[in-house]
Write a protein that binds this ligand. Sequence first.
Ligand code: ATP
Ligand code: MG
Length: 765
Amino acid sequence: MQKLLHNLNPEQLAAVTLPAQHALILAGAGSGKTRVLTTRIAWLIQTQQVSAAGLLAVTFTNKAAKEMLTRLSAMLPINTRGMWIGTFHGLCNRLLRTHHRDAALPQTFQILDSQDQLSVIKRLLKANNIDDEKFPPKTVMYFINNAKDQGLRADKVDAYDANERKLVELYQMYDEQCQREGVVDFAELLLRTYELLSRNQPLREHYQARFRHILVDEFQDTNNLQYNWLKLLAGHGSRDGGALFAVGDDDQSIYAFRGANVGNMSSFEREFQVKNLIKLEQNYRSHGHILDSANMLIANNSKRLGKNLRTDAGHGEPVRVYEASSDLQEAQWIIEESKSLIAEGASRSEIAVLYRSNAQSRVIEHALFSAGIPYHVYGGQRYFQRAEVKHLIAYLQLMDNPHNDSAFLRVVNFPTRGIGVRSIEQLQAAAEQYGISLYAAVPYVAGKAGSSLAGFVKLVEGVRFETQQLPLPEMVRVVLEASTLLQHYQNEKEGADRIENLEQMVSAATQFISEEGFGQGAPAYLGPQAQAQSGAAVALGDGVEVLDADAPLAAVMSPLSAFLSHASLEAGDNQAQAGQEALQMMTVHSAKGLEFDNVFITGLEEGLFPHESSSKEDGGVEEERRLMYVAITRARQRLYLSFAQTRMLHGQTRYNMKSRFFDELPEESLKWLSPKVQANWFGNKKSAWDMAPMSSAGSDNAIAQKIAHASGPGWRIGESVSHGKFGEGVIVNIEGGGGNARAQINFGQYGMKVLDLSIAKLERL
Ligand code: ATP
Ligand code: MG
């Protein structure tokens, strides 16, 4: 035990060893909150105050949960498999699988990621002839999710006008549709579990009695439903509920736009009459200049719970600030600085480039690519969200639950098998008429349409039968073959990548099986009876069956179901995965909780960071400032800030002022760098903050005209091109116009070239 606690400061030690009572650990970034939480779990188990089964911990991402398990197994000689440590979604998934009957779900229910959810909504609108301009699918989706996040079903939502009444009606229809298909969206996972526990007293009491300790990381970002879920599980209001231990930082609350309610921190303190409030003020992550910058910045926010951060680490390097003439030059500067960091011995994975908006990444990616620096972009399209992978997943979903209409529609005619739009419409009409799934409605469609649809059903049934007894990776392999997806992509231009991604699924399944502890042998799935025999299930009164908390996932769901939930939950995860020897690129949101030796925060311009949308909302700028605080506090040793005078975003050149955040940083901690390369093609260098927006008269207009003119016929700055001799490059500048236009192009290893656009044979990439 000595070893477990010896690296903690007095406040951390106090927090780790608090008695079994509710507690709130309120502390700034890098003060060891996550470390305290993990150590407390280990300490509670080691001192035998609770068994591994009697404890539940919630983290924000799957990755954070995994890391916590890894750290725990390093601290304690226990098997962490089966412990209730996960994300809200992951834990709810597990509860709902275990109690699917009480939750009125099929055991094989499937999880919709947000992409799937949107397509269900689109389908619903179409089937009901609803104008999707008046009710854009995304608006409908936000409305539904928002209501669910507040814990409200359609019949509980107040509608004030005809428009809202329609939205409520759609919400109701959507829920019915999902229920018919046996699918649940992310918000539903939580709401369904909440309802299950609040309605089912024996079950609720069982879990309240079991979980003596409930621990939550990143508490500031919980939404109302999550907070109520925790209240329920911790038996708030009952005499013998468990102890809720929450750690958080109000200054890092960055998910208000998704319904997070930082007010939960004060509600918790009040409603649970929290006596143990501990603040951690020692920062172990960042050097002094970095921390001073973070502290001074966040002091500009008005609504704060109030705490400070100090460090013993010394000032370290000043924060380097760079003003670039364009986003391309900004990217170039990042490359140069990264190169020198790497030359000094920095590991690439300890360099993170952060940006406010995903759209910024492309230019930087190109620059990195040209410079031959390996990089990894997070938060963009994830593996499980790629079109080809989703197709294969849809086939797999049909193996498990053929009534999933989304899966059915995705692949019924992909690869094409002659099932046209008309046939599908007929099928949808039949399904509508009988209130059944598309799959079940196939026998009701007559004629040629009917027989081709029946052919598809036969294919699904055949593969299902064939794969029933196979271990998951083999099953994936057989389904992949039978789907003929591979043949389909063989004939496609970019097919090779897709084929590789598809084949990856077999490895993904193999890895999943071994990580989650599913037996390799067939049949791997333990049916409910087998569970009872193995003693994994404990029967409560009233026919309620509760599984032992140590029961692995294998006891509550088939490997296929588990794998498919994993795919959906992973697709919804918004966080980076570290560990690769590549430079890390991600949005500030996805960097939450992480740390790197070297951090670049890019695009620090008004309208971008703080984001323009923030000026429209109450408290919007304060949320952006918290986001900036999160960004700054990711850095251990070196921090770089940059902004560009012009930036091409969403196809438009923007002229930006530098971010107001620069005025909120301590001047003595900053080191302003002058541009290394004077690649300023305006001729005269002009600072961004002297420049008015485009609409104003004068020289700015001249610049605007020059850009409009120089963009010439077709080519534009920032575009990627390919050249017969020099390979791939990026246009960094265009001069002249018409037949005289010349482009300056960065060809990476061939360097910068100026080419006459009317002569050079360039191809667009
Ligand atoms: P964030 O708010 O960003 O989530 P946090 O408060 O959760 O940060 P941790 O990630 O737990 O902070 O810790 C930050 C860093 O400081 C980690 O590298 C951690 O190992 C280190 N650390 C924490 N406490 C100590 C300590 N007492 N001694 C040495 N290092 C520590
Ligand atoms: Mg943390």
